[in-house]
Design a protein around this ligand. Structure first.
Ligand SMILES: [Zn+2]
Length: 311
């Protein structure tokens, strides 16, 4: 598994593991009584929008504080996640080197705790400055030239991270033919386990003659056709709209719109993160809103995999 942000201190990681050993053992014993398989979970974050200045505020939100609060919550969980994924718009607006320098300060606490962090590119990111700040995220040989993609192996599923950044600070997203070609081949080569695809942009379908501005994925149709054609693909997870929701396509593909870590575009919507258990037969999600009084805080969704993919 590619460790994108490597733990800085192995010794500290071991201390963390030892410290939480009792809790983990107790959790396993409870699970064993109920004959439940051990579950691994992932912390899913999106749209952190970290600016160079940690004091920067947008739409009434201090983005650096929000991210730190989310990190506090992830680190306070009884067991550590298998990994942390930030699904794009890591930087504020223009993907500046100084934005990523500030982001790396916040993420250092996760690395210090021995956690791996994987980041996707959003329309407010820029691959060059991003790799400049996070050297470990840059593969020696990219799987797709000019794109930041990877495959993560979890116990019961493979997670495909795709790159929908088209132009920095322009809203439209695109995967492009070479990435779609790689993705379809990679999905086919890993079809014995369920697959979950994670990218920044939402799907957007419109007639060819439409003058409507594309704020989602320009090649949504080709992308969704490729996912639907592969029954082991269970879900597409995205961010971008800053609007938490869980839906399903007419072909039982789960569409999971992560909440933003940073600001919402609609005051009534929650910001925060999602605790995701990737199980053998289902995906269990729990919304952790930053406002504990938000009506959707703690909302749980149990998303069954398609029957075709279950043994
Ligand atoms: Zn965003």
């Amino acid at each position: 598994m590619p460790l994108h942000l490597l733990p800085q201190s192995r010794r500290r990681f071991l201390q963390t593991t030892l410290a939480s050993g009792t809790t983990l053992l107790a959790a396993r014993m409870v699970g064993a009584e109920k004959s439940e398989p051990s579950r691994e979970w992932w912390a899913l974050l999106s749209d952190t929008h970290i600016a160079a200045d940690p004091a920067a505020i947008a739409r009434g939100v201090n983005m650096f504080d929000n991210l730190n609060r989310v990190i506090d919550q992830v680190l306070a969980e009884p067991s550590p996640p298998a990994g942390v994924i930030i699904n794009g718009d890591c930087a504020y607006l223009n993907g500046l080197a100084a934005d990523y320098a500030t982001l790396s300060k916040a993420l250092q606490r996760l690395a210090d705790a021995g956690l791996s962090v994987h980041m996707n590119m959003g329309n407010h990111d820029d691959r060059g400055p991003f790799y400049g700040a996070f050297e470990q995220q840059q593969p020696e040989r990219p799987l797709v030239e000019g794109k930041h993609v990877s495959i993560l192996e979890s116990k019961f599923a493979n997670v495909f991270l795709v790159d929908s950044l088209q132009h920095v600070n322009q809203v439209t997203g695109e995967l492009g033919p070479s990435q779609l070609d790689w993705l379809t081949k990679a999905l086919d080569a890993h079809n014995t386990k369920p697959a979950i695809v994670i990218g920044h942009h939402n799907l957007q379908f419109r007639p060819a003659e439409s003058q409507e501005r594309v704020s989602g994925l320009l090649d949504s149709q080709q992308f969704i056709d490729a996912l639907h054609a592969r029954p082991h693909v269970q879900a597409y997870v995205f961010g971008h709209t800053h609007n938490w929701s869980v839906r399903q396509t007419d072909q039982q593909l789960h569409l999971i719109n992560l909440p933003p870590c940073a600001y919402v575009f609609n005051e009534s919507r929650p910001n925060g993160w999602v605790r995701a258990e990737i199980g053998e037969n289902e995906l269990k999600l729990e919304l952790r809103a930053l406002d504990p009084k938000h009506v959707e805080h703690g909302q749980q969704k149990e998303l069954q995999y398609k029957l075709a993919a279950v043994n």
